[in-house]
Design a protein around this ligand. Structure first.
Ligand code: ZN
Length: 285
């Protein structure tokens, strides 16, 4: 299944993108794609509804805004430097175990909404990533069955303010957490429809020019390892998001470095996971 959320920002409703391209509202027993939905076997119930011929399905009106594919999670766990080529372009050493950092969940954002340069920011950069949503509570999970704890996959853009990330002391979280810095979607594809999560193409263009062109086949630490590894340090709740890292081609890695400015257009795509597009605007105090 492909899960979508539609409607005004902050008031999105759950829906589905069907195989024939139609977008329909989810049935009334689904209030949202949030922790309680995933914890309460919502995906199984939703699949039964779809296989039962979508009784009472209502189509989403054309032109309706598409929001982030799942509700704002309790946490967004990100993996840094998980592609050799990206570690090299940043001048960092190849990590011997996953580098983890958090991104504020208030950065959660729609896949086609404007991304904002926050007040005082000068080095806003892009990162296209494969992200996953946790389907059931994961604590001390072995790698061998880690995928049982994954509900599905989507695209996340891990927007980053490089000066705040690296030049202001402390942790990366400062540069990763501004409002609008975590567009997620356009849909969550359930794991059964993406068995090849280890070979997803990742592409990102700025103003039509390809900047990132990679594949999850180059991940240093693949998805099952990451779920298992992270679950040793914290309990992953249903609906939580893990973003798995970005391939090379970020702005900070260009010579000279290139950062986003008002009016730029960022487009990202990831094969069957669809695409995103954001216009860059200047945020206000
Ligand atoms: Zn990232």
């Amino acid at each position: 299944m492909k899960l979508i959320r539609f409607g005004p920002a902050g008031a999105e409703r759950p829906g589905l993108l069907l195989a024939d391209g139609r977008q329909v509202a989810a049935p009334a027993f689904v209030t949202d794609y949030h922790e309680a939905f995933f914890a309460g076997h919502g995906l199984d119930r939703l699949r039964e509804w779809v296989e039962g011929n979508l009784h009472g399905a209502v189509e989403v009106p054309a032109g309706t805004r598409i929001g982030p594919a799942v509700a704002r999670p309790s946490k967004i766990v990100c993996v840094g430097l998980n592609y050799r080529s990206h570690a090299e372009e940043t001048g960092a050493a190849i990590p011997t175990e996953p580098v983890l950092f958090m991104k504020a969940s208030s950065a959660w954002h729609g896949p086609y909404d404007d991304v904002e340069i926050p007040p005082g920011a000068e080095k806003v950069d892009w990162e296209v990533e494969l992200a996953l949503v946790i389907g059931k509570k994961a604590r001390q999970v072995p790698e061998s069955n880690a995928l049982d704890f994954v509900a599905g996959y989507s695209i996340m853009l891990d927007y980053s303010e490089r000066a705040w990330q690296k030049e202001r002391g402390g942790q990366w979280v400062k540069g990763k957490s501004a409002d609008t810095f975590a567009p997620f979607g356009p849909w969550l594809v359930t794991t059964d429809e993406l068995p090849d999560h280890g070979s997803v193409p990742l592409n990102l263009k700025v103003n039509g020019q390809t900047m990132q062109d990679g594949s999850t086949s180059d991940l240093i630490f693949p998805v099952p390892y990451l779920v298992s590894y992270i679950s040793r340090f914290m309990t992953l709740l249903p609906g939580d998001v893990i973003s798995t890292g970005t391939p090379s081609g970020v702005g900070a890695g260009q010579v000279p470095p290139l950062f986003l400015k008002q009016g730029d257009v960022v487009e990202a795509s990831a094969g069957s996971l669809g695409n995103q597009q954001q216009r860059v605007v200047v945020g206000h105090m």
